[in-house]
Design a protein around this ligand. Sequence first.
Ligand code: C5P
Length: 247
Amino acid sequence: MKNVTTDLNILSKVIVALDGMSAEGAITFLEKCSGKIPTAKIGMELFYKHGTDIVTQIKSKFGIDIFLDLKLHDIPNTVAGAIKSLSGLPIKMLTIHLSGGGEMIKSAIAARDKYLPDCKLLGVTYLTSLDESAFKHIWGVNKNEIEDKLNLMFKLAIDTKIDGIVLSANELLTLDNIEKKTHHKLMKICPGIRFQDEIDSNNIQDQKRVQTPDSAVKNGATYIVMGRSLTSASGLNERINKLAMMG
Ligand code: C5P
């Protein structure tokens, strides 16, 4: 049922986050999208409840790409074992937390090479739900030191040669500078995406470092992750059409 009409519009870069729904709800939602969104993100909510079945079910029913967002974060041996357990699953992308450190990232890459060779491994940097006060509270980092902290994380991703990172679109330009210096390009996956009218009315729920779909893509996002802006939209078709027109 994969039926993505064009690769030129922003819709082709959308990953829809299937959160807050049952397995049946996820399937009904994807039916409503009629193949217009090329990638679905299965996160902890669906995976903890339904395991690998939900992945294979969505893949076989819709033929779309699957982003398995498990955000693995543990010691190197355990993360490698978790990836081994996913062996053979039809997933295009899988996440780990970069803050697990270089040894963990390398161990995850080695396990991916062995057990999921066609899957891109992505490192989560700092959750888009964290704001300046959270940076201060968790890491004792002041506003003017946040960029240094981001750069260290981006450099870690580049040093380990992971395929890509998950970051706020607000940080794409900082990443661009370090990519230019190191002559290394990462895939860039940006959650924390809201339509302009949602930002204007502060309808951003728990997200803090947000940006619109078009500015995220303009600033270099390879993919944008959109959850509630689509899954809770009263006019889903209008929202999808709007994305299709943004290219
Ligand atoms: O509904 P909303 O658009 O806020 O959903 C964003 C999705 O992206 C959620 O599934 C969340 O788990 C995920 N995500 C995020 N921030 C990150 C990494 C992943 O919001 N840094």
